[in-house]
Write a protein of this length. Structure first.
Length: 398
C-alpha cells in the first residue's frame, strides 16, 4: 500500500502504510535510541540494535541470559510455557498513567494499574480527584473477608452485575478466597441477558468458562464476548449499554499451594458514577485525600496500639457518592509485600471493610457503604442486594 511518512525534529519517524480493507501498518523509528516499533493488525513488534539489547527493561526488554526478569527482579521466567510465570512477570510491569484518568476524559493507555480483587480477598481501587492533581500515586486498598460458601456483589451497574463466590482457604482459620465469578450482562439488543461464569477448578487450578450453563473456550454474540486466553486466564467484555465495552480479566492462580482468583477491571470508562458493589462503588466517583495531621487522637488509643502509628503515614479519605451519605475514614500507607509487588497503597479497611482502626471520632465511617452483608446475593447470577443498580428489564427475553 501507499506509505505516509512523518519525520520529527527529535529523530522520530512515523510511517503509516494502508493495507487491505481497514488495516493500517504503523512503524515508529527512533534513530537516537536504535529502536523500531511496528504495529500490524493486533500484533506489536519491537526491534532494537544488538548493542543496546542488554540495556533495556520492561515487558519487551528485561531479558538476561535468555530469561525474563520482573521489575523488582524477584520474579524470574525461566519457562516460557509456564503461563503463571508469564502473568506474574507481566503484572510486575504495570504502571500508573501519567495523570489520573478522569470520567469523560478517561482514555485507555497501554499498561496502567487496574482496580483489582485478589487474595483473602484484598480490594484495590484507584483514587479519582476533581482537579486531576496527583500529589501521590497510591491507590485505596481494603479487605472484605466475607463468609465462605456465599456470593457477594463486586459490581452492579445498569446493564452489568458481577458476583464473587467465596470459599474457605485450605486452612479455614486463614480466611476465605474467591473461587468463581458470575457475570450477568445485557447485550446490545437491549432486551436479552447473558450469564457468564469463570471458575477455578479446585483440582487442577485451571480456569473454566461457562456461558449460559454451557462450558466453552470462547463466546461472542451481540456485543458480549468471553474467551479463555489460557488455562489460567479469561477475558470478558460486555457493553453495559454504552458504546465502549467494559473489559474484565480473570486469572486463576496458585500462590503457595493455595488456589485463588484475581479480578481486574481493565477498561471501566463506561461504569457510571452511580454504579455500586464492593468494588464498583469507587469507580468514577470523586474522592478527596489529605494528610492526617492531628496527633491528639493518639492519646485516645491504648498504649500497646499507639506505638504502631505515625501520623506521617496517615491520610483522611472522604467520599461523597451520588446516591448515598458522605463518609470519611483514615487510611495508612501500606506496603503490599505479600504479593512481591512492593507497591504502596492507602490501607483503609480490615476484615470486613473497615475502618482499619477505630480512632478519630470524625473518621470512623466504614470504607464501603453499609456493611459487607448488604452485598450478599442468593446465587451466582442474582442481581438483588441492598445497593443493586442492575435493571432486570433488560433481560425480558431470558
Amino acid at each position: 500500500g501507499d506509505d505516509e511518512i512523518t519525520e520529527y525534529t527529535n529523530g522520530l519517524t512515523v510511517t503509516r502504510t494502508n493495507l487491505s480493507g481497514s488495516l493500517i501498518n504503523v512503524t515508529i523509528s527512533v534513530r537516537a535510541l536504535g529502536i523500531r516499533i511496528v504495529r500490524y493488525s493486533n500484533r506489536i513488534s519491537i526491534f532494537a540494535k544488538p548493542e543496546i539489547t542488554g540495556e533495556l527493561c520492561g515487558l519487551c526488554g528485561n531479558i538476561k541470559n535468555g530469561i525474563l526478569i520482573s521489575s523488582d527482579e524477584m520474579i524470574v521466567v525461566n519457562d516460557l510455557a509456564n503461563q503463571y510465570q508469564i502473568d506474574r512477570f507481566a503484572d510486575s510491569w504495570q504502571r500508573e498513567p501519567r495523570y489520573q484518568i478522569l470520567r469523560e476524559d478517561r482514555i485507555d493507555c497501554a499498561v496502567c494499574r487496574n482496580d483489582t480483587v485478589i487474595g483473602d480477598p484484598f480490594f484495590e481501587a484507584n483514587l479519582w480527584f476533581e482537579d486531576g492533581s496527583r500529589e501521590f500515586s497510591y491507590s485505596l486498598c481494603y479487605e472484605i473477608h466475607g463468609r465462605s460458601n456465599r456470593h457477594f456483589n463486586l459490581i452492579s451497574d445498569t446493564c452489568v452485575s458481577v458476583n464473587a463466590y467465596y470459599i474457605a482457604m485450605n486452612d479455614p482459620m486463614n480466611g476465605n478466597i474467591i473461587s468463581a465469578f458470575g457475570i450477568r450482562a445485557v447485550d446490545n439488543s437491549g432486551s436479552s441477558c447473558t450469564n457468564i461464569e469463570v471458575s477455578q477448578n479446585q483440582t487442577t487450578g485451571y480456569c473454566e468458562l461457562r456461558v449460559d450453563g454451557v462450558q466453552t473456550s470462547a463466546y461472542s454474540m451481540n456485543g458480549i464476548s468471553a474467551t479463555l486466553r489460557s488455562s489460567y486466564k479469561a477475558r470478558v467484555s460486555v457493553p453495559n449499554c454504552e458504546q465502549l465495552p467494559l473489559v474484565m480479566w480473570i486469572k486463576c492462580r496458585n500462590i503457595q499451594d493455595q488456589f485463588m482468583m484475581r479480578f481486574d477491571i481493565m477498561r471501566g470508562v463506561n461504569l457510571r458514577p452511580t454504579s455500586h458493589g464492593l468494588l464498583g462503588q469507587f469507580w468514577n466517583v470523586q474522592l478527596t485525600a489529605r494528610r492526617f495531621t492531628n496527633d491528639s487522637f493518639l492519646m485516645d488509643l491504648p498504649e500497646d496500639i499507639r506505638q504502631y502509628y505515625n501520623t506521617e503515614n496517615l491520610w483522611v479519605i472522604s467520599i461523597d457518592p451520588p446516591n448515598g451519605e458522605p463518609r470519611s475514614f483514615i487510611a495508612e500507607k501500606f506496603v503490599r509485600s505479600w504479593d512481591n509487588s512492593k507497591e504502596i497503597c492507602l490501607y483503609a479497611g480490615n476484615s470486613q471493610g473497615g475502618p482499619a482502626v477505630e480512632y478519630g471520632k470524625d473518621y470512623r465511617d466504614s470504607v464501603i457503604e453499609g456493611r459487607y452483608k448488604d452485598y450478599q446475593t442468593d446465587q451466582r447470577f442474582s442481581t438483588e442486594f441492598t445497593y443493586s443498580q442492575f435493571d432486570e428489564d433488560g433481560c425480558l427475553n431470558v
